[in-house]
Design a protein around this ligand. Structure first.
Ligand SMILES: [Zn+2]
Length: 119
């Protein structure tokens, strides 16, 4: 019988990305201050660095949202609708529109915290 576990929230990933962006940008600014002479070139370098880091982190963030890995063994897992889980197995607090991931190896059903409100 599979156990239900709550997956780490994607919200944490979001804040982590925001934090990394701030950090990378500040770090790159220090480098730009050091090596690029004052003036418009410095401004351009800052903007380019900001855009580049944003794109990179958005790509990483979207990748994480799309592919869910088992937080116990790291195996990539497919989506599963809560409605497909036998009622006897499903805890009461998990609604039918919850997006779940099931790891066969660990016999764990992960509640991603994501709810499907489209139907
Ligand atoms: Zn697993």
């Amino acid at each position: 019988m599979p156990t239900f576990k709550k997956a780490r929230r994607f919200g944490v990933v979001f804040y982590l990305i925001l934090f990394s962006l701030g950090f990378l940008w500040l770090a790159s600014n220090a480098v730009i201050d050091e090596f690029v002479p004052d003036g418009y070139l410095q401004t351009i370098c800052r903007i380019v660095a900001f855009v580049a880091f944003s794109l990179l982190l958005i790509k990483v963030g979207l990748g994480r949202l799309k592919s869910f890995k088992c937080q116990n063994c790291g195996a990539p897992l497919g989506r599963m609708k809560a409605a497909a889980v036998a009622p006897a197995l499903k805890p009461e607090h998990v609604p039918d529109n919850a997006i779940l991931r099931y790891c066969q190896k660990c016999d764990i059903i992960w509640d991603t915290g994501v709810r499907n409100n489209s139907n």
